[in-house]
Design a protein around this ligand. Structure first.
Ligand SMILES: [Zn+2]
Length: 258
C-alpha cells in the first residue's frame, strides 16, 4: 500500500553509500521511519526534497514488519531557508526538533504535536532576539501539552489559590509552586519571586510563540525560569539535559561574542 503524508525529519542517518534512513514526524502516524534508497543519487529524485526543519510531502510503501517503510517519492513543501543563515533560529530549530523527537510516540496520531512543531519552526525562522524567551515558552507549552502543566495558580501542597504577597517556593517533585508554610521537611523547593511567577503564568497562557517572544525579561529571570523548567522537564518528561544545555549555551555564548 502507498501512503501519502506531510512529514518533518527528526533524524537523518546514513544507511549505505547512497541510502539514508529518515525518522519523520507525521500528523497521522507520529514517528515514522523510512529507508530512502538512492537518497544521494543525482537522478534519484530525493536530493534537496527533504531536510532538517523543512516540511515535505512523503509518499511511502507501508512495510510494518521490518520496522522501516520504503520512501517512494518526496517533495519539499516548506523549506524554511532562513534557518540556514539565521544562527539563532537554527539553534532554536535544532532544539525544538530534538524535543519533538523525544515526545512523539511511534505510530500514533500526533496531529497537534505536528502543528505545534511547524508553528515553532516557522517562528524560529525570524528569531533575532529573545530566543531564550521563545525556548522557555516552548518548553512550558510542551509540559502543558503532555498533561504535565506545572501548577502556577494554586498551591501544590494545600490546593488553595495563590494570593498576592504569599511567600512561595517551586517544588519540581510536587509539580509546581507551593506556600513556603506548606513545605514538608523533605521538600527541596526553590524560592519563587512574584515577577518570575507572573512571567511563567503569562507564557503558560500564551498560545502563540509571538506573544511570548514579545516579553522582555531580565537575565536573572531567564536564569531562574530556565533552572526551574530544566529540572521539571527532566523529572516529569524525562527529557535529557544535554541538548537543552547545548542550545542555551550556544545562545548565551553567541550574545556575548556579537
Ligand atoms: Zn499551601
Amino acid at each position: 500500500m502507498i501512503l501519502k503524508t506531510p512529514a518533518i525529519p527528526l533524524r537523518i542517518t546514513p544507511y549505505s553509500n547512497t541510502s539514508r534512513v529518515v525518522r519523520w514526524l507525521t500528523p497521522e502516524r507520529g514517528r515514522l521511519g523510512t529507508l530512502i534508497k538512492g537518497a544521494l543519487r543525482p537522478r534519484g529524485g530525493f536530493l534537496g526534497q527533504y531536510d532538517y526543519f523543512a516540511t515535505s510531502e512523503l509518499l511511502y510503501y507501508e512495510r510494518r514488519k521490518e520496522g522501516l517503510h520504503i520512501a517512494r517519492e518526496c517533495t519539499m513543501t516548506e523549506r524554511r531557508p532562513e534557518l540556514r543563515t539565521n544562527w539563532r533560529g537554527g539553534v532554536c530549530a535544532s532544539y525544538v526538533t530534538a524535543v519533538a523527537d523525544r515526545l512523539t510516540p511511534d505510530d500514533a496520531p500526533s496531529a497537534e504535536l505536528f502543528a505545534f512543531l511547524e508553528r515553532a519552526l516557522d517562528h524560529a525562522r525570524f528569531v533575532t532576539e529573545r530566543a531564550a524567551e521563545f525556548l522557555l515558552w516552548f518548553e512550558l507549552q510542551c509540559c502543558i501539552r503532555e498533561g504535565r502543566a506545572p501548577r502556577l495558580e494554586c498551591c501544590a501542597a494545600c490546593g488553595s489559590p495563590i494570593a498576592d504577597g504569599d511567600e512561595l517556593g517551586f517544588d519540581v517533585a510536587r509539580g509546581g509552586v507551593l506556600h513556603t508554610a506548606c513545605r514538608r521537611g523533605g521538600d527541596s523547593a526553590q524560592p519563587v519571586a512574584p515577577d518570575v511567577l507572573a512571567l511563567m503564568r503569562a507564557w503558560a497562557r500564551a498560545a502563540q510563540p509571538g506573544q511570548a517572544a514579545r516579553t522582555r525579561t531580565r537575565p536573572r529571570q531567564r536564569e531562574t525560569i530556565g533552572a526551574l523548567l530544566g529540572a521539571f522537564l527532566e523529572y516529569h518528561l524525562e527529557l535529557p539535559a544535554a541538548p537543552r544545555k547545548a542550545a542555551y549555551f550556544a545562545l548565551t555564548a553567541g550574545e556575548t561574542l556579537t
